[in-house]
Design a protein around this ligand. Sequence first.
Ligand code: ADP
Length: 218
Amino acid sequence: MKKDFAVIGLGRFGGSICRRLSELGMEVLAMDNNEERVNEYASIASHAILGDSTDEAVLKEIGIRNFDHVIVAIGDNIQASILTTLILKELGVKHVTAKALNDYHEKVLLKIGADVVAHPERDMGIRIANNISTSTVLDYLELSDEHSIVEIVANERLGGNTIIGLNIRARYGINIVAIKRGSDIIVSPLASEKIWLGDILIVIGADTDIERFRKKVI
Ligand code: ADP
């Protein structure tokens, strides 16, 4: 049987991943070496097991190789997190997402083959700073170090103009991928689409270009 996800470590981070995946209807195996945590997730995950993920035999026994994606959400035990990630990659797990506590930890996880490294405190801090630094930017998704998708509220300088009239793509090198207007969403708006005051523009581009656009027009 093809299994979906395994979450190792059921603290705040791993626990919320486990809970959300289960809500989304995914098959989730939850694992922790703390019995209380395992009991807490027994009714939430498809399976909850007590075990030490640094023990290769335990991981083999549960057939960890058959999982599409394993999330290593071990909190402050960096050694256990690294060892678990190493064993998972050695056993041939395709996708391993691991939580890092600091930059050094992140570097090591990437070096030993983690496919994605999450750094929740740092990333959330950056996200909140981006969101609160300007009242016109509602939300922000970092695509790479230099590119993002941002939600910008159209003010009176934008409202009433068409996209082509503002010449956004040529002038700033950014694209409006969608417009949220009340409960409507206009995906891939035409150049002739008129922007209304209060529209939420979902814009994609280089951070420097988005910033140029924001400074000039918002
Ligand atoms: P946070 O709340 O920041 O996500 P925690 O430290 O509270 O992090 O949670 C980490 C979880 O990982 C704990 O429930 C802990 O019992 C579990 N854990 C730590 N080491 C192992 C291990 N070797 N095997 C399985 N679970 C582990």
